[in-house]
Ligand binder design. Structure first.
Ligand code: AMP
Ligand code: GLY
Length: 419
Protein backbone atom coordinates (compact mmCIF):
# COMPACT_ATOMS: atom_id res chain seq x y z
CA UNK A 1 0.00 0.00 0.00
CA UNK A 2 1.01 3.56 -0.64
CA UNK A 3 -0.01 5.74 2.30
CA UNK A 4 -0.11 9.48 2.97
CA UNK A 5 -0.23 10.42 6.67
CA UNK A 6 -1.14 13.99 7.58
CA UNK A 7 0.27 15.59 10.73
CA UNK A 8 3.50 16.33 12.54
CA UNK A 9 3.11 15.30 16.18
CA UNK A 10 4.09 12.40 18.40
CA UNK A 11 0.80 10.79 17.43
CA UNK A 12 1.85 10.78 13.77
CA UNK A 13 5.33 9.41 14.48
CA UNK A 14 3.73 6.56 16.45
CA UNK A 15 1.22 5.85 13.65
CA UNK A 16 4.01 6.02 11.05
CA UNK A 17 6.22 3.66 13.08
CA UNK A 18 3.42 1.13 13.49
CA UNK A 19 2.58 1.29 9.76
CA UNK A 20 6.20 0.58 8.88
CA UNK A 21 5.88 -2.74 10.80
CA UNK A 22 3.38 -3.91 8.18
CA UNK A 23 4.42 -6.12 5.26
CA UNK A 24 1.65 -4.43 3.31
CA UNK A 25 3.33 -1.01 3.37
CA UNK A 26 5.03 -0.13 0.11
CA UNK A 27 5.58 3.62 0.59
CA UNK A 28 4.78 6.08 3.36
CA UNK A 29 4.66 9.87 2.99
CA UNK A 30 4.12 12.13 6.00
CA UNK A 31 2.94 15.71 5.50
CA UNK A 32 4.61 17.65 6.98
CA UNK A 33 6.08 15.12 9.46
CA UNK A 34 8.91 15.75 11.94
CA UNK A 35 12.48 14.69 12.73
CA UNK A 36 11.24 11.25 13.79
CA UNK A 37 9.10 10.45 10.77
CA UNK A 38 11.94 11.61 8.53
CA UNK A 39 13.98 8.57 9.62
CA UNK A 40 11.32 6.01 8.69
CA UNK A 41 9.24 7.63 5.93
CA UNK A 42 9.39 10.44 3.39
CA UNK A 43 8.39 13.83 4.77
CA UNK A 44 6.64 16.07 2.26
CA UNK A 45 6.30 19.81 2.72
CA UNK A 46 2.63 20.02 1.75
CA UNK A 47 0.46 22.87 3.02
CA UNK A 48 -2.36 20.80 4.49
CA UNK A 49 -4.70 23.81 4.61
CA UNK A 50 -4.57 23.72 0.81
CA UNK A 51 -6.86 20.74 0.21
CA UNK A 52 -6.49 20.90 -3.57
CA UNK A 53 -2.71 20.55 -3.22
CA UNK A 54 -3.12 17.53 -0.92
CA UNK A 55 -5.59 15.90 -3.33
CA UNK A 56 -3.24 16.54 -6.29
CA UNK A 57 -0.32 15.01 -4.44
CA UNK A 58 -2.33 11.94 -3.39
CA UNK A 59 -3.63 11.34 -6.91
CA UNK A 60 -0.23 11.89 -8.51
CA UNK A 61 1.48 9.54 -6.03
CA UNK A 62 -1.23 6.85 -6.49
CA UNK A 63 -2.00 6.87 -2.76
CA UNK A 64 -4.14 3.93 -1.58
CA UNK A 65 -4.97 5.36 1.83
CA UNK A 66 -4.81 8.84 3.38
CA UNK A 67 -4.66 8.89 7.19
CA UNK A 68 -5.52 12.22 8.84
CA UNK A 69 -3.96 12.64 12.30
CA UNK A 70 -5.04 16.04 13.72
CA UNK A 71 -8.45 17.63 14.20
CA UNK A 72 -7.91 20.95 12.42
CA UNK A 73 -7.84 19.55 8.86
CA UNK A 74 -10.74 17.19 9.69
CA UNK A 75 -12.93 20.04 10.91
CA UNK A 76 -11.93 21.96 7.77
CA UNK A 77 -13.32 19.08 5.68
CA UNK A 78 -10.15 17.57 4.22
CA UNK A 79 -11.63 14.04 4.34
CA UNK A 80 -14.60 15.12 2.22
CA UNK A 81 -12.34 16.73 -0.39
CA UNK A 82 -10.11 13.66 -0.58
CA UNK A 83 -13.11 11.30 -0.83
CA UNK A 84 -14.65 13.45 -3.55
CA UNK A 85 -11.50 12.71 -5.59
CA UNK A 86 -12.01 8.97 -5.11
CA UNK A 87 -9.38 8.47 -2.39
CA UNK A 88 -9.77 6.14 0.61
CA UNK A 89 -9.48 8.13 3.84
CA UNK A 90 -9.11 7.29 7.52
CA UNK A 91 -10.84 10.20 9.24
CA UNK A 92 -14.36 11.60 9.62
CA UNK A 93 -16.23 13.93 7.30
CA UNK A 94 -16.54 17.62 8.08
CA UNK A 95 -19.99 17.12 9.59
CA UNK A 96 -18.94 14.12 11.70
CA UNK A 97 -15.86 16.05 12.90
CA UNK A 98 -18.28 18.55 14.45
CA UNK A 99 -18.36 16.09 17.35
CA UNK A 100 -15.01 17.66 18.19
CA UNK A 101 -15.36 20.97 16.37
CA UNK A 102 -18.49 22.20 18.13
CA UNK A 103 -19.40 21.58 21.76
CA UNK A 104 -23.01 22.63 21.16
CA UNK A 105 -23.30 20.16 18.23
CA UNK A 106 -22.23 17.39 20.61
CA UNK A 107 -24.55 18.55 23.39
CA UNK A 108 -27.48 18.51 20.95
CA UNK A 109 -26.61 14.92 19.97
CA UNK A 110 -26.41 13.99 23.66
CA UNK A 111 -29.92 15.40 24.20
CA UNK A 112 -31.24 13.58 21.13
CA UNK A 113 -29.72 10.22 22.09
CA UNK A 114 -29.96 10.41 25.90
CA UNK A 115 -26.18 10.32 26.37
CA UNK A 116 -25.16 11.13 29.97
CA UNK A 117 -23.15 14.36 30.11
CA UNK A 118 -22.89 17.50 32.23
CA UNK A 119 -26.02 19.68 32.32
CA UNK A 120 -25.43 22.75 30.18
CA UNK A 121 -26.69 25.91 28.56
CA UNK A 122 -25.34 27.78 25.53
CA UNK A 123 -25.06 31.48 24.91
CA UNK A 124 -24.13 33.83 22.10
CA UNK A 125 -24.24 37.01 24.19
CA UNK A 126 -22.54 38.14 27.38
CA UNK A 127 -25.42 39.42 29.54
CA UNK A 128 -27.58 36.26 29.60
CA UNK A 129 -24.44 34.15 30.14
CA UNK A 130 -23.50 36.22 33.20
CA UNK A 131 -27.07 35.95 34.55
CA UNK A 132 -26.93 32.20 34.15
CA UNK A 133 -23.65 32.06 36.09
CA UNK A 134 -25.28 33.97 38.95
CA UNK A 135 -28.12 31.44 39.05
CA UNK A 136 -25.82 28.39 38.92
CA UNK A 137 -22.93 29.43 41.21
CA UNK A 138 -19.44 27.88 41.26
CA UNK A 139 -17.69 25.55 40.62
CA UNK A 140 -18.75 25.66 36.99
CA UNK A 141 -17.17 24.98 33.60
CA UNK A 142 -16.91 27.51 30.74
CA UNK A 143 -16.14 26.32 27.20
CA UNK A 144 -15.55 28.17 23.97
CA UNK A 145 -17.76 26.35 21.46
CA UNK A 146 -15.18 25.76 18.73
CA UNK A 147 -11.63 24.44 18.41
CA UNK A 148 -9.21 26.28 20.70
CA UNK A 149 -6.17 23.94 20.77
CA UNK A 150 -7.13 22.62 24.20
CA UNK A 151 -7.21 26.13 25.73
CA UNK A 152 -10.91 26.93 25.47
CA UNK A 153 -12.00 25.22 28.72
CA UNK A 154 -11.98 26.85 32.17
CA UNK A 155 -12.93 24.86 35.24
CA UNK A 156 -13.85 27.85 37.43
CA UNK A 157 -13.63 27.40 41.20
CA UNK A 158 -15.18 30.82 41.86
CA UNK A 159 -17.86 32.93 40.20
CA UNK A 160 -15.29 35.66 39.55
CA UNK A 161 -13.11 33.19 37.56
CA UNK A 162 -16.21 32.03 35.70
CA UNK A 163 -17.22 35.58 34.79
CA UNK A 164 -13.71 36.33 33.58
CA UNK A 165 -13.69 33.20 31.40
CA UNK A 166 -17.03 34.13 29.83
CA UNK A 167 -15.84 37.69 29.18
CA UNK A 168 -12.61 36.30 27.65
CA UNK A 169 -14.57 34.13 25.22
CA UNK A 170 -16.84 36.93 24.08
CA UNK A 171 -13.99 39.43 23.81
CA UNK A 172 -12.36 37.28 21.13
CA UNK A 173 -9.55 35.50 23.01
CA UNK A 174 -10.39 32.32 21.07
CA UNK A 175 -11.42 34.07 17.86
CA UNK A 176 -14.48 32.63 16.14
CA UNK A 177 -14.29 29.55 18.42
CA UNK A 178 -15.50 31.73 21.31
CA UNK A 179 -18.43 33.41 19.57
CA UNK A 180 -20.64 30.85 21.26
CA UNK A 181 -20.07 29.72 24.84
CA UNK A 182 -21.20 26.52 26.54
CA UNK A 183 -21.54 26.71 30.34
CA UNK A 184 -21.79 23.38 32.07
CA UNK A 185 -22.06 21.62 35.37
CA UNK A 186 -18.73 20.69 36.95
CA UNK A 187 -18.43 16.90 37.03
CA UNK A 188 -16.52 15.22 39.84
CA UNK A 189 -14.63 11.93 39.50
CA UNK A 190 -11.67 10.33 37.75
CA UNK A 191 -11.08 10.95 34.04
CA UNK A 192 -10.36 8.28 31.43
CA UNK A 193 -10.39 8.07 27.65
CA UNK A 194 -11.98 5.42 25.52
CA UNK A 195 -11.04 4.97 21.87
CA UNK A 196 -13.43 3.41 19.37
CA UNK A 197 -12.59 2.82 15.73
CA UNK A 198 -15.71 2.97 13.59
CA UNK A 199 -16.42 2.57 9.88
CA UNK A 200 -19.80 4.29 10.13
CA UNK A 201 -21.53 1.14 11.27
CA UNK A 202 -19.19 -1.36 12.94
CA UNK A 203 -17.16 -0.39 15.99
CA UNK A 204 -13.98 -1.82 17.50
CA UNK A 205 -12.95 -0.69 20.98
CA UNK A 206 -9.28 -0.05 21.76
CA UNK A 207 -7.79 -0.18 25.28
CA UNK A 208 -8.78 2.74 27.53
CA UNK A 209 -6.06 5.23 28.42
CA UNK A 210 -5.33 7.98 30.92
CA UNK A 211 -3.60 11.24 30.10
CA UNK A 212 -1.97 13.87 32.34
CA UNK A 213 -3.15 17.30 31.21
CA UNK A 214 -1.39 19.60 33.70
CA UNK A 215 2.19 20.70 33.07
CA UNK A 216 3.71 19.84 36.45
CA UNK A 217 3.82 17.05 39.04
CA UNK A 218 0.81 16.47 41.30
CA UNK A 219 -1.46 17.82 38.54
CA UNK A 220 -0.28 21.38 39.15
CA UNK A 221 0.30 24.14 36.63
CA UNK A 222 -1.43 25.09 33.39
CA UNK A 223 -3.30 22.70 31.09
CA UNK A 224 -1.29 21.29 28.19
CA UNK A 225 -1.98 19.00 25.25
CA UNK A 226 -0.91 16.10 27.51
CA UNK A 227 2.33 15.40 29.41
CA UNK A 228 2.13 11.61 29.47
CA UNK A 229 -0.26 8.68 29.21
CA UNK A 230 -0.63 4.99 29.85
CA UNK A 231 -2.86 2.14 28.72
CA UNK A 232 -4.78 0.05 29.52
CA UNK A 233 -6.10 2.29 32.33
CA UNK A 234 -6.85 0.06 35.34
CA UNK A 235 -9.71 2.38 36.41
CA UNK A 236 -11.65 1.28 33.33
CA UNK A 237 -12.84 -2.17 34.38
CA UNK A 238 -14.50 -4.35 31.75
CA UNK A 239 -17.87 -3.48 33.29
CA UNK A 240 -17.21 0.27 33.06
CA UNK A 241 -15.98 -0.04 29.49
CA UNK A 242 -19.10 -1.97 28.59
CA UNK A 243 -21.33 0.64 30.26
CA UNK A 244 -19.54 3.60 28.66
CA UNK A 245 -19.79 1.88 25.29
CA UNK A 246 -23.50 1.11 25.70
CA UNK A 247 -24.55 4.48 27.15
CA UNK A 248 -22.21 6.89 25.34
CA UNK A 249 -20.22 5.56 22.37
CA UNK A 250 -22.84 3.34 20.71
CA UNK A 251 -25.68 5.92 20.88
CA UNK A 252 -23.40 8.60 19.41
CA UNK A 253 -22.43 6.36 16.50
CA UNK A 254 -26.04 5.32 16.01
CA UNK A 255 -27.26 8.92 16.16
CA UNK A 256 -24.75 10.09 13.57
CA UNK A 257 -25.70 7.23 11.23
CA UNK A 258 -29.43 7.93 11.70
CA UNK A 259 -28.88 11.57 10.74
CA UNK A 260 -27.29 10.40 7.47
CA UNK A 261 -23.85 11.63 8.56
CA UNK A 262 -22.15 8.43 9.78
CA UNK A 263 -18.96 8.68 11.81
CA UNK A 264 -15.94 7.00 10.23
CA UNK A 265 -12.55 7.17 11.93
CA UNK A 266 -11.52 7.04 15.57
CA UNK A 267 -13.87 8.44 18.20
CA UNK A 268 -11.99 9.52 21.31
CA UNK A 269 -14.39 9.72 24.24
CA UNK A 270 -13.26 11.76 27.24
CA UNK A 271 -15.10 10.40 30.26
CA UNK A 272 -15.61 11.41 33.86
CA UNK A 273 -16.23 8.37 36.05
CA UNK A 274 -18.73 9.94 38.47
CA UNK A 275 -20.51 8.26 41.37
CA UNK A 276 -23.50 7.92 39.01
CA UNK A 277 -21.43 6.18 36.35
CA UNK A 278 -19.47 7.36 33.31
CA UNK A 279 -20.42 10.72 31.80
CA UNK A 280 -19.21 12.30 28.60
CA UNK A 281 -16.81 15.26 29.00
CA UNK A 282 -16.10 15.61 25.31
CA UNK A 283 -15.62 13.76 22.07
CA UNK A 284 -12.57 14.14 19.88
CA UNK A 285 -12.59 12.78 16.36
CA UNK A 286 -8.96 11.63 16.11
CA UNK A 287 -6.42 9.74 18.19
CA UNK A 288 -5.27 11.41 21.41
CA UNK A 289 -1.75 12.72 21.59
CA UNK A 290 0.07 11.24 23.58
CA UNK A 291 -2.54 8.45 24.08
CA UNK A 292 -1.90 7.19 20.53
CA UNK A 293 1.76 6.56 21.36
CA UNK A 294 0.86 4.03 24.07
CA UNK A 295 -1.87 2.43 21.96
CA UNK A 296 0.50 1.88 19.03
CA UNK A 297 3.07 0.40 21.42
CA UNK A 298 0.41 -2.06 22.71
CA UNK A 299 -0.98 -3.02 19.29
CA UNK A 300 0.05 -6.46 18.08
CA UNK A 301 -1.98 -6.54 14.85
CA UNK A 302 -1.31 -4.83 11.54
CA UNK A 303 -2.38 -1.17 11.86
CA UNK A 304 -2.97 -0.87 8.10
CA UNK A 305 -5.68 -3.57 8.24
CA UNK A 306 -7.50 -1.52 10.88
CA UNK A 307 -7.15 1.86 9.15
CA UNK A 308 -8.04 0.45 5.76
CA UNK A 309 -11.02 -1.50 7.13
CA UNK A 310 -12.29 1.74 8.64
CA UNK A 311 -11.83 3.71 5.43
CA UNK A 312 -13.45 1.04 3.23
CA UNK A 313 -16.31 0.14 5.59
CA UNK A 314 -15.05 -3.43 6.11
CA UNK A 315 -14.21 -3.21 9.81
CA UNK A 316 -16.57 -6.07 10.72
CA UNK A 317 -13.85 -8.51 9.66
CA UNK A 318 -11.14 -6.89 11.80
CA UNK A 319 -10.42 -7.71 15.44
CA UNK A 320 -7.12 -6.28 16.66
CA UNK A 321 -4.84 -8.18 19.03
CA UNK A 322 -3.00 -6.40 21.84
CA UNK A 323 0.26 -7.11 23.64
CA UNK A 324 0.17 -8.25 27.25
CA UNK A 325 0.94 -5.75 29.98
CA UNK A 326 0.99 -1.97 29.81
CA UNK A 327 2.52 0.90 27.89
CA UNK A 328 3.43 4.28 29.35
CA UNK A 329 4.78 7.42 27.72
CA UNK A 330 6.56 10.42 29.25
CA UNK A 331 6.49 13.67 27.27
CA UNK A 332 9.66 15.78 27.18
CA UNK A 333 8.64 19.38 26.57
CA UNK A 334 10.64 22.56 26.03
CA UNK A 335 11.23 24.64 29.19
CA UNK A 336 8.44 27.21 29.30
CA UNK A 337 5.79 25.07 27.55
CA UNK A 338 2.79 25.57 27.38
CA UNK A 339 3.90 29.22 27.41
CA UNK A 340 6.76 30.53 25.28
CA UNK A 341 9.94 28.50 24.85
CA UNK A 342 13.22 28.50 22.93
CA UNK A 343 13.54 26.72 19.60
CA UNK A 344 16.50 25.07 17.87
CA UNK A 345 18.01 23.72 21.08
CA UNK A 346 20.18 20.61 20.66
CA UNK A 347 19.02 17.16 21.84
CA UNK A 348 21.57 14.38 22.27
CA UNK A 349 21.24 10.72 23.08
CA UNK A 350 17.70 10.21 21.75
CA UNK A 351 18.60 8.32 18.59
CA UNK A 352 20.48 5.64 20.56
CA UNK A 353 17.30 4.62 22.40
CA UNK A 354 15.35 1.97 20.53
CA UNK A 355 14.48 -1.54 21.66
CA UNK A 356 11.49 -3.89 21.68
CA UNK A 357 10.36 -2.37 24.97
CA UNK A 358 11.42 1.29 24.65
CA UNK A 359 10.83 3.70 21.76
CA UNK A 360 11.04 7.45 21.41
CA UNK A 361 8.35 9.07 19.31
CA UNK A 362 9.19 12.58 18.14
CA UNK A 363 6.84 15.55 18.13
CA UNK A 364 8.45 18.99 17.76
CA UNK A 365 11.82 17.95 16.33
CA UNK A 366 13.73 18.70 13.18
CA UNK A 367 17.03 17.30 11.88
CA UNK A 368 19.91 19.46 10.72
CA UNK A 369 22.38 16.97 9.27
CA UNK A 370 23.27 14.67 12.17
CA UNK A 371 21.99 17.10 14.79
CA UNK A 372 18.55 16.71 16.34
CA UNK A 373 16.91 20.03 17.25
CA UNK A 374 13.77 20.83 19.25
CA UNK A 375 11.38 23.12 17.38
CA UNK A 376 8.11 22.76 19.28
CA UNK A 377 6.51 22.72 22.74
CA UNK A 378 6.06 18.99 23.20
CA UNK A 379 9.20 17.47 21.72
CA UNK A 380 9.76 13.77 22.54
CA UNK A 381 7.56 10.94 23.83
CA UNK A 382 9.63 8.37 25.68
CA UNK A 383 7.46 5.27 25.52
CA UNK A 384 7.92 1.88 27.17
CA UNK A 385 6.22 -1.48 27.57
CA UNK A 386 6.12 -3.48 30.79
CA UNK A 387 4.36 -6.37 32.49
CA UNK A 388 2.99 -3.79 34.95
CA UNK A 389 2.47 -0.02 34.87
CA UNK A 390 5.38 0.33 37.26
CA UNK A 391 7.73 -1.69 35.04
CA UNK A 392 6.74 0.36 31.97
CA UNK A 393 7.25 3.51 34.00
CA UNK A 394 10.71 2.49 35.28
CA UNK A 395 11.82 1.69 31.74
CA UNK A 396 10.47 4.97 30.40
CA UNK A 397 12.15 7.08 33.08
CA UNK A 398 15.46 5.19 32.67
CA UNK A 399 15.37 6.15 28.98
CA UNK A 400 14.43 9.76 29.84
CA UNK A 401 17.66 9.95 31.90
CA UNK A 402 19.66 8.86 28.86
CA UNK A 403 18.37 11.80 26.78
CA UNK A 404 20.64 14.82 27.08
CA UNK A 405 18.50 17.93 26.58
CA UNK A 406 19.08 20.68 29.17
CA UNK A 407 16.38 22.85 27.58
CA UNK A 408 13.57 20.36 28.24
CA UNK A 409 11.53 19.10 31.20
CA UNK A 410 9.08 16.33 32.01
CA UNK A 411 6.73 15.33 34.79
CA UNK A 412 8.21 12.76 37.15
CA UNK A 413 4.88 11.21 38.19
CA UNK A 414 3.32 9.85 34.98
CA UNK A 415 1.11 6.89 35.85
CA UNK A 416 0.65 7.79 39.54
CA UNK A 417 -3.05 7.01 39.57
CA UNK A 418 -2.38 3.45 38.45
CA UNK A 419 0.38 2.71 41.00
P1 AMP B 1 -10.84 19.66 27.09
O1 AMP B 1 -9.84 20.72 26.67
O2 AMP B 1 -12.19 19.84 26.51
O3 AMP B 1 -10.24 18.29 27.01
O4 AMP B 1 -11.07 19.90 28.66
C1 AMP B 1 -9.97 20.06 29.47
C2 AMP B 1 -10.24 19.48 30.81
O5 AMP B 1 -11.25 20.24 31.48
C3 AMP B 1 -10.79 18.07 30.83
O6 AMP B 1 -9.80 17.11 30.67
C4 AMP B 1 -11.39 18.03 32.23
O7 AMP B 1 -10.37 17.85 33.19
C5 AMP B 1 -11.93 19.42 32.40
N1 AMP B 1 -13.38 19.46 32.17
C6 AMP B 1 -14.02 19.69 31.01
N2 AMP B 1 -15.36 19.66 31.19
C7 AMP B 1 -15.57 19.40 32.50
C8 AMP B 1 -16.74 19.26 33.33
N3 AMP B 1 -17.98 19.40 32.85
N4 AMP B 1 -16.55 19.01 34.64
C9 AMP B 1 -15.32 18.90 35.17
N5 AMP B 1 -14.18 19.03 34.44
C10 AMP B 1 -14.30 19.28 33.13
N1 GLY C 1 -4.16 14.20 25.00
C1 GLY C 1 -5.40 14.81 24.80
C2 GLY C 1 -5.74 15.10 23.41
O1 GLY C 1 -5.14 14.62 22.48
O2 GLY C 1 -6.68 15.86 23.21
Amino acid sequence: MRVLLIGSGGREHALAWKMTQSDRLEKLFVAPGNGGTQSIAENVALDVTNHAAVVDFAVRERIDLVVVGPEVPLVAGIADDLRAAGLAVFGPSKVAAQLEGSKSFTKALCDEMGIPTAAYARFDALAPALDYLDQQGAPIVIKADGLAAGKGVTVAETLEQAREAVRDCFSGTFGAAGAEVVIEECLVGEEASLFAICDGEHTVLLPAAQDHKRAFDNDKGPNTGGMGAYAPAPVMSDALIERAYREIVAPAIKGMAARGTPFSGVLFTGLMITKDGPKLIEFNTRFGDPECQVLMMMLESDLLDILEGTALGTLSGVSPRWKRGFALTVVLAANGYPGSYDKNTVIEGADAIDSDTVKIFHAGTVRNGDTLLANGGRVLNVTALGESVSEARSRAYAAVKAVDWPDGFCRSDIGWRAL
